[in-house]
Design a protein around this ligand. Structure first.
Ligand code: PLP
Ligand code: COI
Length: 356
């Protein structure tokens, strides 16, 4: 066995045996919690420094940092899962590294070598292993890598320096019901412009969604559904998650659009539908006037996992899919398959899992 393998094995055993933090894992919700260590690296004069784990959860940046004024920042969201044997694993983290770099390039920020991104994530998860929720609790460790344009630069242009950080905290379900269906409302607002930054995971897209989200919540909905910004006839996204529907002849359908975030969960479900559930699975237009083609619908994403959609409110009418109170059978099967892979109960497609 080579040295690296041996070291990983020993670290792995230590992680497995690490005592868990004293937390009520069943009731943590989706809220920030300060954990022990986070990763911080800086970019200057064309180079990233080595990066390090730090205790302090406060950042010190100049008042004129472009991230603060012009929103030059991007981020990712991924999770670590505790398996039945106590091991810890990441789900499709390489895809997050790739998307992070696409987001960074869109805002003229430097890329992070994929190996550096993954190493930072692994260091942070190992350093905070006590916060990876126990198997069976349903909770997971949410990991948030982000990059900020810093250095004092006031012209509307890219920053002279950058910070890359990764922190993590344990989470429960993003939408309150978990696997109980929730209702959504179609918004009159757009989340992204037709040729804008919708496909990049950048803060500006999210700030723009707070107001429509509040309107939906004030009306009793879990969040809003955005239509395509050009024609307002097709479903784009479900708040901070992608949409999928199951047609009456059992096809998994999810919107194809250049202005939605290309969800890693969505691409995983397209694959699992075809390869594990033997369903036809398609990315195509989803017309808001043709919701009746679906017998089930759901929202999918890292935070949302799979959240069944009970109904969608559009032009004053609520269109109900399978049920407002019970998850449909195909949505449930997709959820069970996805979770079984993420928590290590089912063999994953090659390259999907990284052992911590
Ligand atoms: N859409 C938006 C706007 C999101 O913020 C997210 C969350 O990351 C998703 C979709 C789902 O993407 P993923 O499955 O990669 O987490
Ligand atoms: C995620 O699912 O990882 C997201 O980034 C959504 C966020 C609003 C929590």
């Amino acid at each position: 066995m080579n040295m690296l393998k041996q070291r990983n094995r020993i670290e792995g055993e230590n992680l497995k045996m690490s005592t868990l933090a004293n937390i009520d894992w069943d009731n943590i919700g989706f809220k920030y919690m300060q954990t022990d260590l986070r990763y911080l690296a800086t970019w200057k004069d064309g180079l990233w420094d080595e990066g390090r784990l730090v205790k302090d959860n406060m950042l010190s940046i100049g008042e004129c940092a472009p991230a603060l004024h012009y929103g030059q920042q991007c981020f990712e969201g991924l999770k670590a899962y505790r398996t039945k044997t106590g091991d810890i694993q990441l789900f499709r983290a390489t895809e997050n590294a790739k998307r992070f770099n696409r987001s960074a390039s869109r805002l003229l920020m430097p890329e992070i070598p994929e190996a550096m991104f993954l190493d930072a994530v692994l260091q942070v998860v190992r350093a905070n292993a006590a916060y990876v929720p126990p198997y069976g609790s349903g909770a997971t460790l949410y990991i948030r890598p982000f990059m900020l344009g810093v250095g004092n630069y006031i012209a509307a242009g890219p920053a002279p320096e950058y910070l890359f950080s990764v922190f993590c905290f344990p989470v429960g379900p993003y939408f309150k019901g978990g696997m109980t269906p929730v209702n959504f409302m179609v918004s009159d607002f757009d989340r992204a412009a037709p040729y804008g930054t919708g496909a990049a995971k950048v803060g500006g897209n999210y700030a723009a969604s707070f107001y429509p989200n509040k309107l939906a919540k004030d009306s009793g909905f879990a969040d809003c559904i955005y239509l395509d910004p050009l024609t307002h006839t097709k479903i784009e996204e479900v708040g901070a998650a992608n949409f999928f529907g199951i047609t009456r002849d059992n096809e998994f359908v999810t919107p194809a659009s250049p202005s939605i975030l290309p969800s890693i969960t969505k691409y995983s479900l397209l694959y699992l539908s075809r390869e594990y559930l033997s369903l036809k699975a398609t990315e195509r237009d989803v017309l808001i006037d043709n919701l009746a083609e679906f017998k089930e619908a759901g929202a999918c994403g890292t935070a949302a996992v799979i959240t069944p959609i009970g109904g969608i409110q559009y032009k004053g009418k609520l269109h109900v899919f399978h049920s407002e109170t019970e998850v449909g059978p195909i949505t449930k099967k997709l959820y069970d398959t996805l979770c079984a892979i993420q928590f290590g109960d089912m063999e994953a497609p090659s390259g999907w899992i990284i052992k911590v």
